[in-house]
Design a protein. Structure first.
Ligand SMILES: O=c1ccn([C@H]2C[C@H](O)[C@@H](COP(=O)(O)O)O2)c(=O)[nH]1
Ligand SMILES: [Zn+2]
Length: 161
């Protein structure tokens, strides 16, 4: 037998799969977001998911979506994209690609642009009509960051240990 195996993962399936797996570490009860940063020659550089900063307990800080601002998660949670950028210890991310399971908000778009990431592949865009995502797309367009939606293949990947 001298021909290669068929049905192997595409690069997009592989890296979005890693982003999804990373999101599964999130303690957010409503939206688990994962990100995976990849070099232009398809090496994984970093990963992240949404969660509270180091030293801020998942059991003490609030996960609520509604209520007094100080009693909701929004003022405390670090977004997956920012965590993936901050988790990178190797130097520059200039020219890298980011795979993320949720379209980045405006704050993450700023970090993505300033980090030099040039391509964004996203899965869900459930907040597309919000000012945050509209501003995000405006900045990404202006900065020349290319983005496209991941094309779901329907492949099921199971993990058994
Ligand atoms: O760019 C983004 C936007 C949001 N997140 C995180 C922040 C929160 O933990 C959830 C959003 O919670 P909702 O209950 O859906 O409002 O997603 C992120 O990581 N990156
Ligand atoms: Zn964000």
């Amino acid at each position: 037998m001298n021909h290669k195996r068929e049905g192997y993962l595409t690069w997009d399936e592989y890296f979005m799969g890693v982003a999804m797996l990373s999101g599964m570490r999130s303690k957010d009860p409503n939206s688990q977001v994962g990100a995976c940063i990849v070099s232009d020659d398809n090496k994984i550089l970093s990963m992240g998911y949404n969660g509270f900063p180091k030293g801020c307990s998942d059991d003490e800080f609030p996960w609520a979506r509604e209520g007094e601002p100080l009693d909701t998660k929004y003022l405390y949670v670090t977004h997956s994209e920012l965590n993936a950028i901050l988790n990178y210890r190797g130097g520059s991310l200039e020219g890298a690609k980011m795979y993320v399971t949720l379209f980045p908000c405006n704050e993450c778009a700023k970090a993505i642009i300033q980090a030099g990431i040039k391509t964004l592949v996203y899965d869900c865009d459930k907040y597309a009509s919000t000012p945050s995502v509209l501003a995000s797309k405006r900045m990404l367009d202006s900065a020349g960051v290319r983005y496209y939606q991941y094309k779901r293949t329907g492949r099921e990947i199971s993990l058994t240990v």
